[in-house]
Design a protein around this ligand. Structure first.
Ligand SMILES: NC(=O)c1ccc[n+]([C@@H]2O[C@H](COP(=O)([O-])OP(=O)(O)OC[C@H]3O[C@@H](n4cnc5c(N)ncnc54)[C@H](OP(=O)(O)O)[C@@H]3O)[C@@H](O)[C@H]2O)c1
Length: 277
């Protein structure tokens, strides 16, 4: 029950009605009898600045931001952690006595999701499709783990920029996303991370790819659309697992304690009526 002293967290985005984050947080808070609530707000681009000021004035105890605000919010905050600074994008904000601090959990959320399936992203061949915000965060995170990373993107210049900016011990190359490059890249990849809004099974059929080796994992970041995905590769890592780990990372930033990941996952699985692992 919401009371006079309930701590409030929020989500700013547009659209937000479809978001599953309120389910994960509110169910978890209730099950743990925490006096906290998580409320989504539809915030347009024009109103983001006022919404951020409102979070300060109303004393929200930390909030999330999603599309289309992840980049625009950066200049409205007082400080950024190193991942947010590197990627130039924020999805989690902590309210501290020294002001609002922005974090980017895309990279770490993806790595934790991979590990929860038993995939250790170290010394692996990894093919990344896309060079937008999520791809940037994931490539930066993977580049410190001695992997061989190939980035394929529709706009070649963005893939080049991402490869050029990556630091760390990994070997990074790039190319244009096309039938031949995807076919070749999938031949020996241990993992394909698809950070475009198009599902891998759809891309494969659009590009008329016939041969798909079944030794690598496939990780689509875009959430499931209605209809069964075409089985590809050795196994599929669900974007819902990344969502859960991102929620867990926000919980850890806001509450400064280890997150109850299993409870957060089961809260979402119960709501959806399916367990994806
Ligand atoms: N599961 C999770 O927790 C989670 C977390 C973050 C993001 N996501 C999902 O990941 C996806 C990417 O997010 P983002 O923030 O990186 O978006 P973004 O910054 O807009 O980047 C989108 C990327 O997809 C490419 N793209 C877009 N439409 C395409 C098409 N029709 N064919 C081929 N490539 C296309 C773009 O290529 P160009 O450079 O050529 O435009 C760009 O590289 C979204 O679906 C988002 O919902 C999921």
């Amino acid at each position: 029950m919401i009371k006079g002293d309930t701590k409030v967290h929020s989500l700013y985005g547009s659209p937000v009605a479809h978001s599953l984050s309120p389910v994960i947080f509110n169910t978890t808070f209730q099950k743990l009898s925490l006096n906290r609530a998580y409320v989504p707000f539809e915030v347009s681009r024009d109103n983001l600045k006022q919404a951020v000021e409102a979070a300060r004035i109303l004393g929200f105890d930390g909030f999330n931001v999603t599309m289309p605000h992840k980049t625009a919010i950066v200049e409205m905050l007082d400080r950024l952690d190193k991942n947010a600074e590197k990627s130039g994008a924020v999805n989690t904000v902590d309210t501290t006595k020294n002001g609002l601090v922005g974090y980017n959990t895309d990279g770490e959320g993806a790595i934790r999701a991979l590990r929860s399936y038993g995939f250790e992203p170290n010394n692996k061949r990894i093919l990344v499709l896309g060079a937008g915000g999520a791809a940037q965060a994931i490539v930066h995170r993977l580049s410190s783990e001695n992997n061989t990373v190939r980035i394929l993107n529709r706009t070649l210049g963005k893939a080049r920029q991402l490869a050029d900016n990556a630091t760390g011990t990994s070997r990074i190359s790039y190319g244009e996303l096309a039938k031949s490059s995807l076919e070749k890249g999938m031949e020996d990849a241990d993992l394909l991370v698809n950070a475009t809004p198009i599902r891998t099974s759809t891309l494969i059929s659009q590009l008329k790819i016939n041969r798909v080796k079944d030794t690598g994992w496939v990780f689509d970041l875009a959430y499931d659309k209605p209809g069964e995905p075409v089985p590809i590769g050795r196994g599929t890592i669900s974007p819902l697992e990344m969502l859960v780990h991102q929620a867990a990372l926000s919980y850890e930033i806001w509450l400064n304690e280890t997150a109850p990941v299993d409870l957060m996952r089961s809260s979402l699985a119960d709501h959806l009526g399916k367990d994806w692992r």
